[in-house]
Write a protein that binds this ligand. Sequence first.
Ligand SMILES: [Zn+2]
Length: 254
Amino acid sequence: MLTTTDFLHELRRRGAKRVSRVRFRTNRNTVWSLTQRGTVLNVHSAYRLAPPSLLDAFATLAIEGGVRSAASKRAARLVGDWPEVAIAIEEARARHLARTREDPNFGRTHCSATDEQRAYLRTLYRYFNQTRFESGLPADVPVRLSRRMKSALGHMVPGERPDGSRYVIEIALNIDLMLAGNGAERIDTLLHEMAHIADYLESGSLGHGKSWRSWAHRVGCQPTTLYDRPVGRRPRRRSRVTRVPPLPPALLGP
Ligand SMILES: [Zn+2]
């Protein structure tokens, strides 16, 4: 089993000199991602058992800094199709869903929003549900604000009822998105998470696969993950953010 140091060593030995750090992730969505301008490779912890052929593929992706050429496309497919990681992710999702079944509050984000911020987010959610999703999403999904998220800008918490039917527990957004200057990313992140809702309720998928990307195109958000987006950050992690951004002109009435 590879440690992060071994993994990094294997990549650099194969010519991927830009990568300076490897992080293993066990969450339900990350298969792999390159962050911090291609210097950090995040991989699902199942890849601790990656055979040499997969390490070659990761090295190709790291050298190119993502999926750019035919060679890196092939590499991405090889890495993504590895059965071990598909199994590990399925198991993590099943465990997560089992917990939401036992405890409907499981996974809920501690909400740091003020009443005014909550009202603002509710209004935006309703507006986009109407204008981009043909009112096809549940009307009442709570949108919370998190002060704990670091690099992530948002997530959607899926739930499953005892009868196996799917519902959405909440959307959580990074509170930094409420700062002035982050308007474009705020809207894009909300649409991104709403596309996860549509995709999860329709197909049961949770990642950024084909079915999610097709929702992203349809509703007009960037069809990419939310890492490394250009957002301004609050001065200190403990700072409160109470700002309520102005609503889009269309919502302000005539
Ligand atoms: Zn996402």
